[in-house]
Design a protein around this ligand. Sequence first.
Ligand code: NAP
Length: 281
Amino acid sequence: MGIIMDGKKVAEKTYEDLEVRINKLKENNIIPMLAVVIVGNDEASQVYVRNKAKMCEKLQIGSKVIECEENISEKELEKIIKDLNNDQNIHGILIQAPLPKHLDSLKIFDIVSKEKDVDGFNIYNVGALSLNKEGFIPCTVKGIIKILEYYNINVTSKNIVIIGRSNIVGKPLANYLINHNATVTVCHSKTSNLSDITKQADILISATGTANLVKKDYVKKGAVVIDVGINRNNNKLCGDVNFEEVSEIASHITPVPGGVGPMTIAMLMENVLEAAEMQRK
Ligand code: NAP
């Protein structure tokens, strides 16, 4: 049985480190503050937003949730975001995805000022990551990297296969890993012979939202397996990876729940602090 990479434990360790930074800001009369904008009544999004606000409260970071009607116009939403950009007490802004279909997500993400874009989704920060320049890195990507670092897994020269090419996980993760000298292959739903490719991976990362996609015969013996997926199977939370089978042959594996999920929110908190520290300067 491989080592189970405990995202909750790594997140707790991160919060201890963040506390020192939060106290330092407070000594300078700065209370880091996150604004979350949510549009509509999507149940899962509401749970995610509540969890983010709860975590802010736990760390004694300020948070403000702005709830907008499902049918809000692009103009009205733009005004809300611009007001947040101009509010000096707000350090980080997050637009909860997914947005309703009548709104152009990329355009909306891009209204958030680059200094407050704690999700790392606006075009400046996407570009900065791809050019290996300083900017906000998406929280899930950072969370995955922190877990690997915690377990002393070096990515340099490793063969890394990512399943999933989304703008929020697969693509930014590939950019980060290429910048850190890994050899990266990105697969997606049109990839042929998926398991032939995944079997080559020293580190396999799945971010598809397809339960039970990665089975034992997709994984090389001794590989590190990171499961980003969040799926519901008979009302039970599970990832993309068949944990029971794959944990038998992987050297390390993240569980779902308790793997990447807790790290994503921890990295959001870290990005809010980074934003507050930067804006102080
Ligand atoms: P997404 O935008 O739907 O992208 C999914 C990607 O997976 C797409 O590139 C898709 O290919 C690919 N894919 C889907 N089914 C596949 C299959 N059977 N074989 C190969 N590739 C397949 O999703 P996302 O936002 O990246 O999220 C992915 C998963 O991670 C979801 O379960 C989400 O809930 C979870 N997630 C978790 C966290 C966390 O904190 N743990 C954070 C973010 C997301 P095409 O491009 O060809 O369609």
